[in-house]
Design a protein around this ligand. Structure first.
Ligand code: SF4
Length: 436
């Protein structure tokens, strides 16, 4: 029988868990310093006691920025083998978390496969699964049904659950009066909103929050406070609906911490670039430094097909200003369920954003790999360059497809003998430089 409930409880009691030790080693951080951050809620270590193959990670703004990959079947794309291929590719490419957002069929075997085989953090959104699990229409579900699905996911070993607790019946009037361009674009948020409208009841995740916290404490499930009112377009960014919900998320963060339950707070959304930093500061202040998990932010609305890029721009600025966890966005965002290639593109874009932010915020040793790449480039050592690359396969394929006709190892086909690197190396070592 363990003498602590959650990682936060252990840290508050001064107990060094295996997970705290693992995260401290990965982050080159002193165990005591990390424990203080976990005890205060500034770092979360989502690690369900039943997810035994997990290699724990910490999420917090002073640690390396982590990325999440959303997966899962839908009614129109229901091949679990393809989803498993995406999982393997995500783990290989360095994703630290996978959220299973399946919304069709029997979801439990896939969820259990993830928590029994996958070494990265697993997250879910129980409200999506409620309709699927009971195979009943939304309006017929009771508050207890939703709470029971949270328990089911906890028992299945899920490390974090998104709960849309921040909207209440007051939000219904606010959304009607405020006349946002995009209303609510959060899938879970829209389901909770619709359920409240159809049943006349209060948000069950808000009303039964204490009961849900008891479940999360028992299994050590981290609560990821969903942002139902995240802006779905630039015009809705940082409006009263978003900020009013954020204030409630701050209150709910404190209540979770009082139960020793770890918290992450989810954030926007579509946000103009000049508002991204301010959004991060406001969240950190209202939510007392709880790790911020952002969905983008997408800095323009007009790039369907390229939203992995709009999200990476926003994600880099967000992480540099305090976001701890980036949810990837793929080129298929707003258009379709991502395929394997879309998933890869989304992961790479997110990894670039996270790494760029880590360098900017001075995470120790974050830039070492860039310095190694610079050395390999100066030496025109192509194999060493591929080793440093975030996506070696693509880098190698492009070079091999268009390699220079002469002196293959010396330059690339961009400049050939006009190669600045080659000219400088030769000039500095006193060699003759042949161009023609
Ligand atoms: S040929 Fe041009 S692009 Fe290619 S390595 Fe040399 S300087 Fe760089």
């Amino acid at each position: 029988m363990s003498n602590y409930t959650t990682q936060m409880d252990a840290a508050r009691k001064g107990i060094v868990t295996e997970q705290i030790r693992t995260v401290a080693a990965k982050e080159n951080m002193d165990v005591e310093a990390l424990m203080k951050l976990v005890a205060e809620g500034k770092v979360a270590i989502p690690a369900n006691k039943r997810h035994e193959c997990l290699l724990a990670e910490g999420v917090g703004s002073m640690l390396r920025t982590k990325i999440n990959v959303n997966l899962g079947v839908s009614r129109d794309c229901k091949d679990y083998d393809i989803e498993m291929q995406k999982v393997m590719s995500a783990v290989d490419l360095g994703a630290e978390a996978i959220m299973d957002l399946s919304s069709h069929g029997n979801t439990q075997p896939f969820r259990q496969k993830l928590t029994s085989e996958c070494p990265v953090m697993i997250g879910t959104v129980p409200v999506y699964d409620s309709v699927i699990h009971y195979q009943r229409d939304l309006a017929t579900l009771t508050a207890q049904d939703f709470v029971d699905v949270v328990r089911l996911h906890a028992e299945d070993g899920v490390d974090f659950v998104t709960l849309h607790c921040g909207i209440t019946r007051k939000t219904i009037e606010q959304i009607r009066k405020h006349k946002r361009k995009m209303n609510i674009v959060s899938r879970g948020g829209s389901l909770v909103f619709a359920w409240m409208c159809m049943t006349g009841n209060e948000n069950p995740f808000y009303e039964y929050y204490d009961e849900i916290l008891d479940i999360c404490e028992e299994y050590d499930v981290t609560v990821s406070l969903g942002d139902a009112c995240r802006p779905g377009c630039l015009a809705d960014a940082t409006d009263v609906c978003q900020i009013e919900e954020l204030v409630r998320l701050g209150e709910l963060t404190k209540r979770a911490w009082d139960h020793n339950v770890q918290v992450m707070v989810e954030g926007p959304g579509h946000v103009p670039l000049d508002q991204v930093a301010a959004n991060m500061k406001v969240q950190q202040s209202i939510c007392m430094g709880a790790p911020f998990y952002v969905l983008g932010p997408l800095v323009t609305d007009i790039a369907p097909g390229y939203d992995h890029i709009t999200a990476a721009i926003g994600g880099a600025v967000a992480a540099m200003n305090g976001a701890a966890f980036l949810c990837y966005v793929t080129p298929a965002e707003h258009l379709a369920l991502p395929n394997v290639e879309d998933t890869k593109q989304g992961i790479i874009a997110s990894k670039i954003a996270a790494h760029a932010a880590d360098i900017a915020k001075g995470i120790p040793n974050a830039r070492d790999i860039d310095d190694k790449m610079a050395d390999a480039r100066r030496e025109l050592d192509w194999d060493a360059q591929f080793e440093c690359a975030l996506d070696p396969e693509t880098a190698k394929a492009i070079r091999d497809d268009r390699s220079p006709e002469e002196d293959h190892s010396e330059t690339c086909s961009m400049c050939g003998k006009f190669c600045a690197v080659r000219s400088m190396n030769k000039a500095l070592s006193g060699e003759y430089i042949d161009i023609l």
